[in-house]
Every structure is written in structure tokens, then in C-alpha cells.
Design a protein around this ligand. Structure first.
Ligand SMILES: CC(C)(COP(=O)(O)OP(=O)(O)OC[C@H]1O[C@@H](n2cnc3c(N)ncnc32)[C@H](O)[C@@H]1OP(=O)(O)O)[C@@H](O)C(=O)NCCC(=O)NCCS
Length: 191
């Protein structure tokens, strides 16, 4: 199924999820070095991530470039927001953010939200998005949240459903958005 790359590379992504955020982990050393790390550890990549977000989401919602870039400020050190970048052989491959709420307030009063999950088209279907999600679920657990939310265009069968997220609401926003929630186990440390 994963025809672009050998399976051990996908395994390398998942293996890295047990590492501390700052102690950037090594890949399996086979064909590639795959890492998931906080954006503040690679601040020079902020414009790359912002450009992904700009073309994927900002244009449609009329968020300008400077406002988009501001959302990927690598100097922020609060619990929220936090952005993580996945790299493959040191090349930026994907990103995901944990924010107090999504750009649209889908379910007022709920927090935190897993947002802006994105993997470069050349790097898709290798488990990178799943690895980013697991990392941010672990970060949410470390911060002390009992649950995490996200909005998806897919009603079922998404990578989020596979991780264990379940639908709690449907909101009309650029088409139906399925609001999914994942309860976080006490003591969970996917980060
Ligand atoms: C969705 C996306 C992040 C997946 O990245 P990825 O690294 O290829 O994901 P993984 O390899 O971990 O998992 C692949 C699975 O994601 C699922 N998937 C595909 N598109 C998806 C989507 N839009 N939302 C959720 N899951 C999706 C598929 O079921 C796929 O499984 P398969 O390989 O068995 O078909 C990537 O396709 C992307 O960046 N798309 C554009 C931005 C986007 O739609 N982001 C999601 C916002 S909620």
C-alpha cells in the first residue's frame, strides 16, 4: 500500500513518537531520518509551514500572508499554541498545531484543538500525519487536558477515526465539518 517508501521508514516515524519533544529522536537509520519536533527547535522553517497553511487554508478564508505567518511564530513558548514540524532527511515534510480553538469556533467552550494537520504531497501516506497527531495528543496529555478536539471534512474512515477520535457534532462551515473528540487517558504520554 505504501508504495513510495519502504515500510521501515513508516515504522521509524512511529518509533520517534516516544521521544521527548526537545530531545529530537533519530530515525531508524535505514533510508531516511524522520523526526517530529517543535517548531521552536527549527525556527527557520516557520515561513515554509506558513506557506503550506496559506495555500491550503488561508486563501479560502481570506487570511492574509502576514496573519498566517504570525500563526507560525517560532518564538512562542506557551502551552498553547504549539506547532510541531515533521522532517524527512532534514527536509520539512509536515506540520500540526495544538491551539486553544480552531480558526472557526466550532464548539464554543471546548479546548484544545488539533489544527492545521498538513503533509507535503510528496510525503503523504507514510504515516507522517498520524505521527504528528500522536505527538500532539501526547503534548495535550502532558499539559493536562482530558480530551482533544478537531474538525474534519470526512465523516468516517479518516486517520483521526483510526486513532480513536469520535464524532460529537456536525457544523456547516465550507461544507459539513465533523467535530471529533478523543478522550485522553490519564498518564498518556504520546509525546
Ligand atoms: C490529510 C493529510 C494530512 C494526511 O497526511 P499523511 O501523512 O498522508 O497521513 P498518514 O500517512 O498518517 O495517513 C494516511 C491516511 O490518512 C487518511 N486521510 C486522507 N486524507 C485525509 C483527510 N483529509 N483527513 C483525515 N484523514 C485523511 C487516509 O485514510 C489515509 O489512509 P490510507 O493511506 O490507508 O489511504 C494529508 O493528505 C494532507 O496534508 N492533506 C491536505 C491538508 C488536509 O486535508 N489536512 C487535514 C485537515 S483535517
Amino acid at each position: 500500500m505504501y508504495t513510495c517508501m519502504p515500510l521501515d521508514r513508516r515504522q521509524g516515524v512511529m518509533d520517534n513518537m516516544g521521544e521527548e519533544a526537545e530531545a529530537v529522536s533519530e530515525g531508524r537509520g535505514s533510508l531516511s531520518d524522520i523526526r517530529v519536533l517543535p517548531l521552536r527547535a527549527r525556527p527557520e522553517l516557520a515561513p515554509v509551514l506558513a506557506s503550506w497553511a496559506y495555500f491550503e487554508w488561508s486563501l479560502a478564508m481570506r487570511r492574509n500572508w502576514s496573519a498566517t505567518l504570525e500563526r507560525y511564530d517560532p518564538t512562542r513558548a506557551e502551552a498553547l499554541p504549539q506547532t510541531f514540524v515533521a522532517t524527512v532527511d532534514d527536509v520539512p515534510a509536515g506540520m500540526a498545531s495544538l491551539r486553544d480553538r480552531d480558526s472557526y469556533d466550532f464548539l464554543p467552550g471546548t479546548t484544545p484543538w488539533l489544527c492545521n494537520v498538513y503533509v507535503h504531497p510528496a510525503m503523504r501516506r507514510l504515516g507522517i500525519a498520524a505521527a504528528l497527531c500522536q505527538k500532539l495528543i501526547g503534548v495535550a496529555a502532558e499539559v493536562g487536558f482530558a480530551q482533544i478536539f478537531l474538525a474534519s471534512s470526512l465523516k468516517e474512515g479518516s486517520l483521526y477515526h483510526r486513532i480513536g477520535f469520535r464524532e460529537v457534532a456536525v457544523v456547516e462551515y465550507f461544507g459539513p465539518k465533523y467535530i471529533l473528540e478523543l478522550p485522553i487517558m490519564i498518564g498518556s504520554t504520546g509525546a
